[in-house]
Design a protein around this ligand. Sequence first.
Ligand code: DLL
Length: 463
Amino acid sequence: MSIRHAPEPDSTATEDPTQNAVAAAVAATSATPTSPIEPDTEEMLSREEIDELQLVRLQATVRHAYENVSAYRELYDAHHVKPEDLETLEDLAKFPFTDKEFLRNAYPFKSFAVPMRQIRRIHASSGTTGKPTVVGYTEGDIDRWAGLLARCLRFSGVSPGDIVHNAYGYGLFTGGLGAHYGVERLGCTVIPMSGGQTEKQIQLIQDFQPRVILCTPTYLLALADAFRSNGLDPRETSLEIGVLGAEPWTEEMRREIERSFNISACDIYGLSEVMGPGVAGESGDRKDGSTIWEDHFRPEIIDPMTEDVLPLGHHGELVFTTLTKEALPVIRYRTHDLTRLAPGTDRPGHRRMGRITGRSDDMIILRGVNLFPTQIEEIALGIEGLSPHFQLELTRPGSMDEMTVHIERRPEMARDQAEAAGAELAQQIKVKVGSSCQVTVAEPETLARSSGKLRRIYDRRPR
Ligand code: DLL
């Protein structure tokens, strides 16, 4: 039998895990850890202090990537930039962008900047087609991830001692395990439920009495329905806080969820390539958008077409550079998520992000008009009688594209009234979005429910 060796990363880095540039920069710039129940020192830094910290960590990250990942070295050599060119934060703009394709080309492990024996965990992001994007973590990366997750949870109102029902999927997806370690770090009890098995979820929520639930917003809605169809009132559970993310959701959806469960619902944002959940988290007191933890990630907003960097407040594509990641440094990574940045509030040194309106690759172009599912969600939830359960179906019966919104009526609303609500939805979409579409009002509980990230768009146009 021949012995197969695991593919090695490209890294020429030293075997000593304390010797890479990022580890050294983190060690030199980190404050002594405080208790996870208090805001930590980096969380409370001023903008000037964040800028200073970012520059040191950014220089180390670029050097680390250039020296240890051949894909970065080739990219930067082709663009005639070197780590030494990064003298100020503004110099980052000289460096080219990277994207999912860049990481996929390095499949499976060639994007890792440390030797394989320093990698403690692998996750992979769900590619719809082809190879997944593989991400890896050193011990230090996992430690910082747990710390950031604990920070997000605390920020959203979770306290040590709370029982936390974790319904993010466990496995290659970063949601389950990413959140799990953060819950433990904060000193809470984690119930590692994972996604699916809705009946079991309901039983355990009743029996274990968690104060907090972690899952996608659409899955929490599916749970609310399941409670009701079991003759239970979701407002009567022990749940008080939901920390929800992994898919776009609107303020209208937040209100719907908060009403359905009588809980406080906060956002949590992240993506596998940049770390996983916990890149940004939301204050439970303010609920004014997720704060990006800028001691670890530097965000930029760019125009997705021209790639120009846009000023604070402008809407565009979110781009991230990691500042403390050892195994998988990502530099100017194009997320395809569309949003805007705003100044910090509760954590003044860290900027906030607006809600993700959608992903540039999820944008529907309907006869020349751009639209996102979140726009439909926002409008539908403002119309009495319509539920948050909808799907968008795209067809091309003749030469023109058509969109049908399939949306369930609320059970308490009579069928004929719901028809009027459907007509109102079509009218408001026409006025607010600028597209004509069909609306069909479906019966309650007939459309597919979420078990994690919900698929909203069904594209049946001929290829
Ligand atoms: O969804 C990580 C995550 C897990 C975040 C649990 C929050 C909670 P991926 O599977 O790589 O990672 O998908 C990342 O999901 O680029 C966004 O398009 C979307 N996304 C994640 N969080 C939010 C959010 C995880 N709060 C992709 N609001 C991202 C809107 C979100 N979209």
